[in-house]
Write a protein that binds this ligand. Structure first.
Ligand code: AMP
Length: 422
């Protein structure tokens, strides 16, 4: 599935390609066509599923296609209300990114800062306004914002909005919106109070739902290798000695990391290619095709580059470096164990990454079994870093203090999960 098949227009397709998006996420596949048909949508999805693009892309498209029917000064035609400043900024950034080849303008308003630059932006005219509820009501009361021309309304993270005590603000806003409009309602959970609120906003909505990002499929066998950073290349090569491992997607955090892993493997005669944002689109596509055709065994990818990768029967995912965002772990390992096939996900965890592992285990609500007795096992007596997520400076220091590799290493062991059928 590609974005074009969802009916997305060229200027937006171009921006998505520049963002490195190749495949729409499930929420995008389910939502975009309905929104383009001007239907209301009730979406059960959380952050991390790609829900921002699921509404931003069709809103940009509908406004872009109708741009010639709007005369005079730009009016706010789409309003997105979200509970926090961080989310508001992220959403506005997404509109900037996906709409960069359209003429649609947006701005963002939130409380806790001076309103001056926000009101100036609105005075200059915007098509899309992203807002937190309190500041929005405030600027409406002061006469800076009018909702009279809103055609597309999004209530984002509705359950969080309620938890944060914004229900009255939301109800006030609803009174100010034109009755004739298209509405979208997103919430990670749907308790009765939320459903009642949704019922008061939406008209005959299409319901879409995607699995929460915290769930990992039961068909994926997961485990962790504690290993010194310096020993990771050797551990990877050792694991790949097992010829039963035919297709492996290896994740690194950085583009340079991906290139380094690829070089190490190539030196050992293991066919591997890297895909990341520094590679041209056709080079990435070629690597992916070679991987799908099993001409190369190992594809090394960064998270951004790997977003759209969809390889049937992918046997193994190896987290060569753990992600600092726990949801990313779930996305990564979700590449294997699809459609009822078995899959295996190994994670390499060095001293600095123990805090990341802790966050991941908390999110997925399970302890990953530890692969014991491998030749590069890290000294387990090393304490875990105190901070939940190590700061850059701490990581740097930890890197220098890193222990040298375990001298008692044996080669050619077989990992427990190796040989799982795909
Ligand atoms: P969200 O759930 O909207 O917070 O999005 C989560 C992350 O996924 C953001 O960093 C987006 O930039 C990214 N993203 C959204 N859709 C796609 C896609 N189709 N392909 C790749 N990345 C995406």
């Amino acid at each position: 599935m590609i974005f074009k098949e969802l009916g997305v227009i060229d200027p937006i397709l171009k921006a998505l390609e520049e963002e490195g998006y190749t495949t729409p996420t499930p929420i995008q596949q389910q939502t975009i066509p309905h929104l383009l048909q001007k239907k209301d949508v009730l979406g059960c999805a959380q952050t991390g599923t790609g829900k921002t693009a699921a509404f931003a892309i069709p809103i940009l498209q509908l406004l872009h296609e109708n741009r010639n029917s709007y005369a005079g000064k730009r009016q706010i035609k789409s309003l997105i209300v979200t509970p926090t400043r961080e989310l508001a900024i992220q959403i506005a950034d997404s509109f900037d990114a996906y709409g960069r080849h359209t003429s649609i303008r947006n701005t963002v308003i939130f409380g806790g800062v001076s309103q001056h630059s926000q009101t100036n932006a609105i005075k200059n005219g915007v098509d899309v306004l992203v807002a937190t509820p309190g500041r929005l009501l405030d600027l409406i009361a002061q006469g800076f914002v009018s909702l009279a021309h809103v055609e597309l309304f999004v209530l984002d993270e509705a359950d969080r909005m309620l938890d944060m005590g914004f229900i009255h603000d939301v109800k006030k806003l609803l009174q100010l919106l034109p009755k004739q409009r298209q509405s979208l309602f997103f919430s990670a959970t749907m308790p009765p109070q939320i459903l009642t609120l949704a019922g008061s906003i939406l008209t005959d909505p299409v319901k879409v739902e995607v699995a929460p990002v915290s769930s990992t499929a039961d068909t994926i066998q997961q485990s962790v290798y504690f290993v010194d950073k310096a020993d990771k290349p050797k551990l990877l090569v050792d694991i790949l000695e097992n010829k039963e491992i035919e297709t492996v997607l290896v994740f690194t955090r950085t583009k340079h990391g991906a290139d380094r892993v690829c070089k190490t493997l190539s030196k050992k005669g293991i066919k591997a290619e890297a895909i990341h944002g520094n590679k041209a689109q056709n080079a990435r596509q070629r690597a992916l095709t070679n991987f799908k055709n099993k001409e190369i065994r190992v594809l090394v990818a960064t998270d951004i580059a790997a977003r759209g990768i969809d390889v049937d029967e992918l046997q193994y995912v190896i987290n060569y470096e753990l992600p600092n965002i726990p949801e990313t772990y779930v996305h990564r390992i979700g590449r294997t164990g699809r459609a009822g096939n078995n899959g295996t996900a190994f994670s390499f965890c060095d001293q600095e990454e123990k805090a990341y592992l802790k966050d991941i285990q908390k999110l997925i609500n399970k302890q990953l079994p530890v692969e014991e007795g491998h030749p590069y096992a890290m000294d387990p007596s090393m304490p875990m870093p105190k901070a939940n997520t190590p700061k850059k400076a701490e990581q740097h220091k930890a890197g220098f203090a890193e222990k040298k590799s375990n001298p008692n290493k044996k080669r050619f062991f077989r990992p427990k999960g190796a040989g799982a059928k795909s």
